[in-house]
Write a protein that binds this ligand. Structure first.
Ligand SMILES: NC(=O)C1=CN([C@@H]2O[C@H](COP(=O)(O)OP(=O)(O)OC[C@H]3O[C@@H](n4cnc5c(N)ncnc54)[C@H](OP(=O)(O)O)[C@@H]3O)[C@@H](O)[C@H]2O)C=CC1
Ligand SMILES: CC(C)(CO)C(=O)C(=O)O
Length: 309
């Protein structure tokens, strides 16, 4: 299958590499020129638990792409989604399927402005990856993917996409309720990413705090108010227990969440407006009360003001 990875940072590089290794015709598309150049000149440097290798895979700036993909996998940061959607419009055909695996909330409504509903497939992934520098990623650990069609008539197409991902070892399954999975992942990110960033700690250190359970339950309850308005029912106890499982060092305990890595380590903007910020903004429109998400969002933006030049 002809596949374009639109947004080829850490996660895009992982998916592009695994899909190409499985025999697909894959290109990477990314706006970071140094990253694209490094990949094309030296290959993508991939660090794994078994060492490091250079992997040959074509990479392009969005404006240089001459390739008509059957499938586009969106993996920009949330803030780059609209720019990328506009940039790839010229290479899309009426048959091109679009899969979005970004973290965060509100992406479906954005994509629907650019892509026919029948071609949109939303998903959530538990794979991880790290971008160590231009043309250099670290790919360790295990993961999985859930995918579902937005158009009810496109279930067969969704299952075919799952099969392509699964054949590449990406452990993809068809979901009959992907929006629940997306909201549940957003609760994970909206608690652990946000609080570890503000508290300057890893996930296990946060989990060991006496305040962790109350903080998590309060935030999840606020997410649940807005989720319910979108037809997604979140059980606070169940989600809180799901989050607490990650505290274990054998799970994600030693991990500094991606928001921490973006802001604290790399002084880059975060996806807060697509997590706690999305909940606070939607709540304001709905006259719902989500004061904790509002304050956490303001605190992360304040930290961005201090660190991002
Ligand atoms: N990383 C992970 O483990 C996981 C990430 N996700 C989600 O996947 C999506 C993509 O995340 P991820 O792959 O981590 O994003 P990355 O930050 O690795 O890459 C995404 C984009 O960020 C920009 N970028 C990153 N570093 C630099 C830099 N040093 N200089 C210039 N540009 C840079 C590039 O676009 P640009 O130049 O336009 O900014 C790049 O395409 C997000 O929604 C994320 O939340 C989901 C699960 C796990
Ligand atoms: C590892 C995990 C689940 C922590 O929230 C994550 O998705 C991230 O770091 O963004």
């Amino acid at each position: 299958m002809k596949i374009a990875i639109a947004g080829a940072g850490a996660m895009g590089s992982r998916f592009g590499t695994m899909l190409k290794r499985a025999g697909n015709d894959v290109i990477l598309i990314d706006p970071w020129a140094e990253h694209v150049d490094k990949i094309n000149h030296d290959g993508l440097q991939i660090d794994t638990d078994n060492g490091s290798e250079q992997f040959q895979i074509p990479a392009f700036l969005p404006q240089d792409v001459d390739f008509q993909p059957e499938l586009v996998v969106l993996f920009t940061k949330s803030m780059g989604l609209v720019t990328m959607l506009k940039a790839i419009e010229p290479i899309l055909t009426p048959e091109t399927k679009i899969v979005c695996l970004l973290n965060g909330l509100g992406h479906t409504e954005v994509i629907e402005k650019y892509i026919p509903k029948a071609n949109i497939f939303m998903g959530v992934t538990l794979w991880t990856a790290a971008l160590l520098g231009a043309g250099h990623v670290k790919l360790v650990g295990d993961g999985s993917i859930e995918i579902q069609n937005i158009d009810p008539a496109e279930a067969d197409a969704a299952k075919k996409i799952c099969a392509v991902f699964d054949d590449a070892g990406l452990k993809a399954t068809y979901s009959s309720n992907v929006m629940f999975s997306i909201w549940r992942k957003a609760c994970v990110n909206g608690t652990l990413n946000t609080l570890c960033t503000l508290l300057d700690c890893n996930i296990a250190e946060f989990g060991g705090l006496p305040q962790s359970n109350d903080l998590v339950r309060t935030i999840v309850a606020e997410f649940g108010k807005v989720a319910a308005n979108e037809g997604v029912l979140l059980n606070v106890d169940e989600v809180a227990q799901h989050i607490a499982k990650l505290y274990d060092p054998s799970q994600a305990g030693e991990h500094y969440p991606s928001m921490y890595q973006d802001l604290i380590l790399h002084h880059r903007l975060t996806e807060i407006d697509y997590l706690n910020g999305y909940v606070a903004a939607q709540a304001a429109k709905l006259n719902l009360q989500t004061p904790v998400c509002q304050v956490l969002t303001e605190m992360v933006h304040a930290k961005e003001q201090l660190l991002v030049k």
